[in-house]
Design a binder for this molecule. Structure first.
Ligand SMILES: [Zn+2]
Length: 526
């Protein structure tokens, strides 16, 4: 028997429906398979429990969904669900964005086209999706509705969301000119705009907090300059001028000036090997008449993030002498007191026995803070292993050390996945001059802290090394991970459990951190 040449319409419709259902199930499976590998950050902080979850093409923001409640919270929006009208309403207090929502679906995300109404305007948008009582919302239409910006970073597998109040002022492209062999790069800044200056190798870097600009990278035909690039980061823009000669922090080869204009000012940097300007460190005062390095009394209070490792359901490494999460929390609390006594502001990732993910911890390392210190304790099968070591982020020179990273990254399959993510970050950083400069600062902080700890305790000096520790991977500020001793060593383990030794450690940590903050750590130049 042959099938009839034409199927009845009803049967055809049923087949189309079946195929469509299969496709949807596949997409749902894909979405759930991908969710573990993608990240969402709002205003620079990872939103751990919100997705993103994708349909079809990765990187198409209109097809990326996040859980509505955590995303609204991160964007500082109120959220209201109207079950009768099947509407999801977000509000910032003055403006509303109302999504059509699907009925509750038992499982799997099912994308449907719908309407988003913003201030009375109706815009085409995927519908919000209700799955088993949880609402999911398309990310980019929501962000657009509140004048924010969302971007997909394919290399890092992350959607970044910046809300309008964070985006800051629009920076005009730099102007570049050549007069009498001197090359000038000029930036027009609004009144009150801050900037920081740094040199690294052949690059002169102007950091502009609160600015936004499209990323650009131009090579220039110029006797002194090779290229001028704008990098857009979370809440700031970096202007990177690559010269044809080496720069140093002493002012050789450049000269910085400021011209006042009616409604703002022009910051310019002249470049020529014959020039000798004021020294440039990591930071200059906004008052051009009084250049002031960070080593002189800083105007803003320094902010240090202290991360006591582990906690809650994760005790870290344990022995009959000491338990890691208790030791490091105690040291962190003591360190906080000591730093605050010196006028340093301290932010703790945890101040009691609670569990935080590594993403939540690293989310504390935001650019407006000065540095990030994660405190851990060690263990080893060999009971005589002892001593203190400080780690910066990077690929370990000795591959066997990766096992250590996996353990501190949570161990097991999760630890391996996070270590793999950290390895990708390390690959991304290679060749990125800003990140490499950042690495130098981290190294300088690590040296300072390690020396101070070894001096104060007399413990074995296991040195400063680099490894793929996830918690310090994305920091835009100097970030280190300190292993303050071995709980597995009978002598050191017992000491780690004592109030007295914890106090010694806290005092030495504070000393190393303050040396770095005041003694020119931020001024580290190559
Ligand atoms: Zn640990």
């Amino acid at each position: 028997m042959h099938a009839p040449r034409e199927e009845p319409r009803a049967r055809l419709a049923a087949r189309v429906k079946r195929v469509a259902l299969t496709v949807l199930l596949l997409l749902a499976a894909l979405a759930s398979a991908q969710e573990k590998h993608n990240f969402l950050a709002v205003n620079g902080a990872l939103v751990d429990d919100a997705g993103p979850y994708y349909f079809i093409a990765q990187g198409d923001n209109r097809n990326a969904f996040a859980k509505a409640a955590p995303l609204a919270k991160a964007m500082d929006l109120s959220l209201h669900y109207d079950p009768d009208g099947k509407r999801l309403r977000f509000s910032d207090g003055s403006a509303d964005a109302v999504f059509e929502a699907t009925g509750d679906i038992q499982h799997g995300l099912v994308k449907r086209d719908g309407v988003l109404s913003v201030g009375g305007r109706a815009l085409a948008s995927p519908m919000a999706i209700l799955v088993d009582g949880t609402a999911y919302v398309p990310i980019s239409p929501l962000v657009d509705a509140f004048d924010g910006r969302s971007e997909w970073n394919a290399e890092r597998h992350i959607i970044t969301v910046d809300t309008a109040d964070r985006l800051g002022y629009a920076l005009a492209p730099p102007r570049i000119g050549l007069t009498d062999g001197v090359s000038r790069v000029a930036l027009d800044l609004p009144a009150g705009a801050e900037y920081q200056l740094a040199v690294s190798g052949d690059a002169f870097i102007v950091t502009l907090p609160g600015a936004r600009a499209a990323a650009s990278d131009q090579t220039v035909d110029d006797p002194n300059l090779r290229g001028v690039a704008l990098r857009a980061l979370d809440g700031e823009v970096n202007l990177v001028v690559r010269t044809r000669y080496g720069l140093d922090g002493e002012g050789h080869g450049y000269d910085v000036g400021v011209l006042d204009k009616g409604d703002g000012r022009t910051l310019y940097v002249d470049f020529a090997t014959s020039l000798k300007g004021d020294p440039v460190a990591a930071l200059l005062s906004n008052d051009p008449a009084a250049p002031q390095a960070l080593s002189a009394a800083p105007a803003r209070p320094q902010v240090v993030v202290i991360d006591a490792g582990h906690g809650g359901k994760d005790p870290g490494t344990t022995s009959s002498y000491a338990v890691e999460d208790q030791v490091v929390l105690s040291v962190a609390l003591k360190l906080k007191k000591r730093l605050e006594a010196q006028g340093v502001r301290v932010v703790l990732t945890r101040d009691h026995d609670t569990f935080l993910t590594l993403q939540q911890r690293s989310g504390f390392a935001t650019p407006e803070r000065n540095l990030f210190v994660s405190i851990h304790a060690n263990s080893a099968p060999a009971r005589d292993a002892s001593g203190i070591e400080t780690w910066v982020f990077g690929k370990p020179l000795d591959p066997s050390l990766v096992d250590r990273a996996i353990r501190e990254n949570g161990g097991g399959a999760e630890g391996q996945a996070l270590t793999e993510a950290a390895r990708r970050t390390a690959d991304d950083i290679a060749g990125d001059i800003l990140r490499e400069t950042q690495m130098n600062f981290s190294m300088s902080l690590a040296d300072s802290v390690q020396q101070s700890l070894v001096r104060a305790t007399g413990a074995r000096d296991r040195g400063v090394r680099q490894n793929l520790f996830y918690v310090i991977r994305t920091a835009r500020i100097p970030a280190i991970l300190v292993e303050v001793g071995f709980v597995s060593n009978p002598e050191e383990g017992r000491m780690l459990a004592t109030d007295h030794y914890q106090d010694t450690l806290a005092q030495a940590l504070a000393g190393g951190i303050l040396d770095f903050l005041h003694g020119g750590g931020m001024l580290a130049q190559r």
